[in-house]
Design a protein around this ligand. Structure first.
Ligand SMILES: Cc1cc2nc3c(=O)[nH]c(=O)nc-3n(C[C@H](O)[C@H](O)[C@H](O)COP(=O)(O)O)c2cc1C
Length: 186
């Protein structure tokens, strides 16, 4: 059965390295894994006062409907100040409510953190994992996907420079596919 994969990128930047990494990963998914890039940049900031009938922002409803139709997620994110970019955390929060109606519950995921620096966005990777654990998202543990020094790994057009990088990306995707097939309830 086809699996519907949502790719959420933590950067809103047009030329985002995280987005470029995500596109490379997307290309490696097998034919029975259909991927969609889920937009998070236009989501209104979460405010519980608005989460009532008649006041819910249309952007939240659309996002929740989209995510409800997906089976598993790839979170590809940079690190902002040693944590998760606000846009991605907002998307998690919007999807988690109203209470008891979380769109994330039990759907498998993998986290890929990306940085131009050496530390590979370790802080963002693990802060994100903390939220995903609470949201009951079974999150792939191995391989850990820390993509550091990303500017050296990609060509101008976003393609991967070296076989070693591509091989690691293939390992990440193969593990994510197996993880999803094992953990997806669909
Ligand atoms: C507000 C802000 C905070 C940042 N904090 C970190 C950080 O804590 N760790 C890090 O490795 N890079 C940090 N950076 C640099 C980003 O890794 C870099 O801008 C990267 O290109 C962003 O990812 P993107 O290319 O996917 O947009 C920060 C950038 C911004 C704009």
């Amino acid at each position: 059965m086809t699996k519907k994969i949502g790719i959420l990128v933590g950067s809103l930047r047009e030329g985002s390295f995280s987005k470029q990494v995500a596109k490379n990963l997307e290309k490696l998914l097998p034919a029975d894994f259909e991927a969609t890039f889920v937009k998070i940049g236009d989501l209104a900031l979460y405010n519980e006062d608005l989460d009532v009938d008649g006041a819910t922002p249309a952007s939240w409803t659309e996002f929740r409907n989209t995510v409800n139709g997906l089976d598993a997620f790839l979170f590809v994110t940079p690190e902002y100040n040693r944590s998760v970019p606000a846009a991605l955390k907002n998307a998690l929060d919007v999807g988690s409510r109203p209470y008891g109606q979380s769109v994330w519950d039990t759907k498998p995921a993998a986290v890929i953190s990306v940085s131009p620096g050496n530390l590979s966005a370790f802080g963002a990777n693990h802060h994100l994992r903390q939220s995903l654990t609470f949201l009951n998202i079974p999150t792939m543990q191995q391989p850990e996907a820390y993509i550091g020094n990303v500017t050296t790994l990609l060509n101008e057009d976003g393609s991967v420079k070296e076989e070693g990088t591509l091989s690691f990306f293939k390992t990440i995707v193969a593990s994510f596919v197996a993880w999803t097939n094992t953990n997806s309830k669909k």
